[in-house]
Design a protein around this ligand. Structure first.
Ligand SMILES: [Fe+2]
Length: 207
């Protein structure tokens, strides 16, 4: 199994525990932020999703299948948003690590150098995507047709619906950083990229 959340297909959907202690990412992300983000926001998406699909033909589908089945459908926006946010958050927790930052594993480093020139250029593209996403959304490192790319998505949108393979993500919804950084999104993004970003998780997702 890869590092993604593809095995999460329980009915009802369950909130996965954080993969580290609440205080493990402090001081970059405080325990207070993680507690609210995971126990209120992420939980809210999972709970809402379960309510929306209970007793419907969509109950029993994995998050990935729900996302694929509801993307772009005007009458299923709420289900898509909650399913995608549930998936995105599980992926985000694993995109961070208390001992993150630093250098990627060799195989990923080579792919990054082939696509971006060097790690600094990749990091800069991620930071730019994260800081220029207008309003709520996500910055992603993805594999797109065999090539590494940085993309950004708004609100609950995910690169999965474009057929891309997410490698890692940074949540840039205000709830991800406002308690610690107020409006200084760029400071949050810089600190995450320097101290927490989980290159090993991205390398696992290369497959
Ligand atoms: Fe979030």
């Amino acid at each position: 199994m890869t590092g993604t959340v593809r095995t999460e297909n329980a009915t009802p959907h369950v909130l996965p525990p954080l993969p580290y202690a609440e205080g493990a990412l402090d001081p970059v992300i405080s325990a207070n932020t993680l507690r609210y983000h995971h126990d209120k926001h992420h939980k809210g998406y999972v709970d809402n999703l379960n309510k929306l699909i209970a007793g419907t033909p969509l109950a029993g589908l994995s998050l990935e299948k729900l996302i694929a089945a509801t993307a772009g459908q005007a009458d299923k926006v709420a289900i898509f948003n909650n399913a995608a946010q549930a998936w995105n958050h599980s992926f985000y927790w694993r995109s961070l690590h208390p001992k993150g930052g630093g250098a990627p594993p060799a195989a990923l480093k080579q792919r990054i150098e082939a696509a971006f020139g060097d790690l600094a250029a990749c990091r800069k593209e991620l930071a730019t995507a994260a800081t220029t996403q207008f309003g709520s959304g996500w910055a992603w490192l993805v594999l797109d047709a065999g090539k590494l790319k940085v993309v950004r998505t708004g609100n609950a949108e995910t690169p999965l619906t474009a057929g891309m393979t997410p490698l890692l993500t940074i949540d840039v919804w205000e709830h991800a950083y406002y308690l610690d950084y107020q409006n200084r999104r760029a400071d949050y993004v810089d600190a995450v990229l320097d101290k927490l970003i989980n290159w090993s998780f991205a390398a696992e997702n290369l497959g």
